[in-house]
Design a protein around this ligand. Structure first.
Ligand code: 5GP
Length: 177
């Protein structure tokens, strides 16, 4: 039974798990012999990133950045860095891991910010992609699932800090937004 505030389960947990393993295998192949740093965008990346890196079969490091871009379900377009990386990423191969790319404004800000630190390469891995909502173009190297323009929660994604613990991606009922 889904949570009472979930309208519909969009992506069940077993589909997420299979897709995460497939992405991890591809990343392991693509970054063989590279100096890979995962940069997780908190807090939405937490479940995706931890499941993903368990399946990476090469040396890599992990760091986190925390941005604020949304308040509730509404895009403000304003992005601020709340918590910065601890590592120097100069000459590293950076893979930014996000829960969802929606308008792209957050990722656009983050990529511009991280590029000033002179990584050797920088690419984006997102669990969810809402291409119909894009306001700025974002190159996405790895995407788990393309989804329609619906507000989703679960598997790390929240609404007012709730629902991150759900093991699936679900559409939130309008009455709960
Ligand atoms: P963007 O800047 O691309 O519009 O949005 C990026 C951030 O907005 C994501 O990291 C996520 O925190 C939040 N966001 C965008 N769409 C959704 C959604 O459907 N559900 C949830 N829970 N968060 C979203």
């Amino acid at each position: 039974m889904p949570h009472k505030n979930i309208e519909e389960i969009l992506i069940p947990g077993n589909r997420i798990n299979k897709r995460v393993v497939a992405i991890a295998r591809k990343i392991s192949r693509d970054y063989r012999n590279k100096d890979l740093v995962f940069v997780g965008v908190l807090k939405g990346c937490a479940l995706f990133l931890s499941d993903l890196i368990k399946e990476i079969n090469m040396d890599c490091s992990v760091d986190f950045i925390c941005l604020s871009s949304y308040s509730g379900a509404q895009s403000t377009g304003v992005v601020r860095t709340i918590l910065d990386l601890r590592q120097n990423i100069e000459n590293k191969d950076v893979l930014v891991v996000e829960d969802i790319v929606d308008s792209g404004l957050t990722m656009n800000y983050l990529l511009r910010n991280l590029k000033t630190r002179r990584p050797r390469s920088i690419r984006v891995c997102t669990l969810l992609d809402k291409p119909s909502c894009r306001k700025v173009s974002i190159p996405i190297a790895y995407a788990g699932f393309k989804i329609p323009n619906k507000f989703v929660v679960g598997y790390g994604l929240d609404h007012n800090e709730l629902y991150r613990n759900l093991p699936y991606i679900g559409v939130l009922k309008n009455s709960a937004i």
